[in-house]
Design a protein around this ligand. Structure first.
Ligand code: CAA
Length: 269
């Protein structure tokens, strides 16, 4: 997600600092962005010079301190509250006082994440959808103490990145995941109930309900671990049985079959 969001930023003409935990991961992200922009050149949707200028707008680093000069920081780290709280406490000290701190969390409480900052009014949710460069939506999430200035900045940034932003409040799963996560969980349960193969389930939803990709393909794309954590967060918050992650996904997550990113999920990549 981080690389996808960084790609949007450099394409929109913004000087961008991408922070990764190792230089190798930073380089991988740069290569990924270069690859997709080159595909756009090959398809005649981008000039070569525009691609080169976009790639040049990206700096990668492993140092949080290099975010000190940023106007906006968009966090897209692991979907766990502890590491996010620690990161926001650090960003709060490092970043300029007028810097907006956004979280791309998919199902955790933005209000809780904001509580790590000394000025929670500058914290807002900016929830992108996977794959971020292709999916038009961004949910701009107002937490309990988000200030108007931070909210408006995040909304305007969403527009600048070419997205269709929608405004919502900080409720479990916000708008889309409140609906999509239990629906995907239902789909995965149907695998066992109807004794159908992932291929047939995917064909069913694509050809019978007009989905652009099947549920198994989609969970593989999102990441089995990310989906399981988001389901757990919704289950904790709402206690609706459909929110609880299906055992089959929990087992896959434990086995490291996380979908596309590990080369194996419902499918092999
Ligand atoms: N950046 C830029 N371009 C990219 C890209 C990226 N990251 N990833 C793929 N592309 C390009 C590819 O290069 C490809 O072009 P080429 O084949 O010519 O190289 C082009 O996009 C189209 O790729 P596809 O052929 O795979 O395109 P498609 O027509 O099948 O559409 C899709 C792909 C948009 C992903 C579509 O299948 C879709 O809408 N799927 C549903 C996705 C969805 O529901 N996402 C939400 C997940 S839930 C979530 O994200 C919430 C959460 O919190 C977890």
């Amino acid at each position: 997600m981080g690389a996808g969001i960084a790609q949007l930023c450099v394409e929109a003409g913004l000087e961008t600092v991408g922070r990764e935990v190792t230089p190798e991961l930073g380089e991988k992200a740069r290569e990924r962005i270069g690859h997709f922009l080159t595909r756009k050149v090959e398809k005649g949707r981008l000039e070569e010079s525009e691609r080169d200028a976009a790639v040049a707008r990206l700096t990668t680093t492993t140092e949080l301190g290099d975010l000190a000069g940023c106007d906006v920081v968009i966090e897209a780290i692991v979907e766990e509250l502890g590491p996010k709280l620690q990161l926001f406490a650090e960003l709060d000290l490092i970043c300029r006082s007028d810097c907006v701190l956004a979280t791309n969390t998919s199902a955790l409480s933005v209000t809780e994440i904001a509580s790590a900052a000394s000025r929670p009014e500058r914290v807002v949710g900016m929830h992108f959808f996977n794959p971020a460069p292709l999916m038009p939506l961004v949910e701009v999430v107002r937490a309990e103490r988000t200030g108007d200035e931070a909210f408006d900045t995040a909304y305007a940034l969403g527009e600048r990145l070419g997205k269709h932003p929608i405004r919502c409040h900080d409720t479990p799963g916000f708008v889309v995941n409140r609906v999509l996560i239990p629906l995907l969980n239902d789909c995965i349960r149907v695998l066992d109930e109807a004794r159908v193969s992932p291929e047939d389930l995917d064909a069913g939803l694509k050809h019978g309900a007009g989905w652009p990709m099947g549920p198994c393909e989609l969970v593989d794309l999102v990441g089995i671990d990310v989906h399981v954590r988001a389901s757990e967060a919704l289950w904790q918050a709402l206690r609706e049985p459909r929110m609880a992650p299906p055992p089959r996904l929990v087992a896959m997550a434990k086995a490291g079959a996380l979908g596309r990113k590990t080369g194996r999920g419902f499918y092999r990549y």
